[in-house]
Design a protein around this ligand. Structure first.
Ligand code: ZN
Length: 407
């Protein structure tokens, strides 16, 4: 389970949730993920994430595995993470559609000709028609991108022992979802390229907006999710891949309406899952501050005013993964008149609370730059209210995520 943390303050509170789950017999491995973009905006270094994770593990006496994820890296920025990370999410979405050279494409088609015809995959009732032309289309679309993933993997392997880190291949930040057949042959390419991937993050149909619920047809998602898992299980045997290869769901936090079907499917198919959350821990810091002392309440209102006034700048980089209706945002003056409880109620992802406002929540989610610019003033407020903040952080991960998905 990926547990992002913008400001690297909540490692212990996050791990506490995972520990609670382990006391109930759930086997969850915490992965502290942070992307290059997040580090740039916060002006932090991966060493701070490493320290946060190590400190939390030590303080809580955690004996299980844990990882520090270099989230969404490419050749351009992977070096920034090499020393501190032992989990690398190789993001090759930008290379989808670029064409590999002809000889490589021919070789791929030659290797997989045996699948031409009517194909069935255990666990999927539909059959798939594979033609030479279809193989060529898939190679044209994805082979170059997987070659790129191989380059990043080899680059990391030159600097780290190949067994000492986990590899994820991500293709989620693209426009079109991958079909089960595409997924199958993407896995074949990953295997051919010698990438020991343990997780793969496809793009699903429907919207995975940051910090809010899934938007889309739930039945369609269920079908895709189940078929992808069946394809992975088939590929593990067929292409001799890592036997713990699993599906990774990005921006997976807060997708409450699909947790029940996801949980049912992974239990039915005895499959693992990587759920990468969307850095929403920082929103729990804001909630804790709103419920905390006077200074905390004033500070969260100031954060909102600033975020509201810088709407375009803050939302721009995240346009593809948020849906905010500006007309549904309260004015900063109105928010100034709110109690701390009203602020917390508008922000906390409790769909049964009439005060909850997903537009307010999404704007604040992308507004972490404002808090980053406040520097120590923000961090000191979080520390001064640490008890109520930690309570919110742990509760969010345990009650709203782990319980709903895994229990
Ligand atoms: Zn992602």
């Amino acid at each position: 389970m990926g547990i992002g943390d913008r400001f690297a303050q909540q490692g212990k509170a996050q791990l506490d949730a995972i520990k609670k789950a382990s006391e109930l017999g759930l086997e969850i491995t915490p992965v502290w993920n942070k992307s290059f973009r997040e580090h740039q905006i916060v002006k932090s270094e991966p060493t701070s994430t490493r320290k946060e994770a190590d400190d939390a593990v030590k303080a809580l006496g955690w004996n299980g595995q844990y990882f520090v994820d270099a989230d969404h890296v490419g050749l351009k920025n992977v070096d920034f993470f090499i020393d501190s990370s032992d989990f690398f999410t190789l993001d090759v979405a930008d290379f989808i559609g670029e064409k590999a050279d002809g000889a490589k494409i021919d070789k791929f088609i030659e290797s997989y000709k045996k699948y031409i015809g009517e194909m069935s995959i255990p666990g999927i009732s539909d059959t798939f028609k594979i033609t030479e032309q279809r193989l060529e289309q898939i190679a044209n679309k994805f082979l170059f991108a997987i070659d790129e993933a191989a380059k990043i993997y080899k680059h990391i392997s030159r600097k780290k022992d190949s067994g000492s880190f986990v590899v994820e291949v991500s293709m989620d930040e693209t426009d079109e979802p991958q079909t089960p057949v595409e997924m199958l042959f993407i896995l074949a390419m990953i295997s051919d390229a010698g990438i020991p991937a343990q997780t793969i993050a496809p793009k699903f149909t429907g919207r995975f907006n940051k910090g809010v619920d899934y938007v889309g047809a739930i039945d369609q998602f269920k079908k895709e999710f189940e078929q992808d898992i069946a394809v992975i299980q088939f590929a593990i045997r067929e292409f001799s891949m890592q036997d713990n290869l699993k599906l990774s769901v990005h921006s997976g936090s807060d997708k409450f309406s699909i947790y029940k079907p996801m949980g049912e499917i992974i239990r039915k198919m005895d499959a693992g899952l990587h759920l990468k959350t969307a850095g929403t821990t920082w929103l729990e810091e804001l909630i804790g501050l709103a419920e905390g002392n006077q200074d905390g309440q004033a500070l969260v209102k100031e954060v909102y005013r600033n975020a509201y006034n810088r709407y375009d700048e803050l939302c721009g980089p995240y346009a593809a993964v948020i849906d905010i209706d500006p007309r549904k945002l309260p004015s900063p003056d109105e928010v100034d008149s709110w109690s701390g409880e009203s602020y917390a109620a508008a922000l906390r992802h409790d769909q049964d609370n009439p005060g909850f406002n997903p537009h307010f929540r999404q704007l604040l989610h992308v507004g972490y730059k404002v808090a980053a610019e406040m520097g120590d003033r923000y961090l000191n407020a979080v520390r001064a209210n640490s008890e109520i903040v930690s309570k919110n952080v742990t509760e969010n991960i345990f009650e709203r995520h782990i319980k709903r998905l895994f229990l």
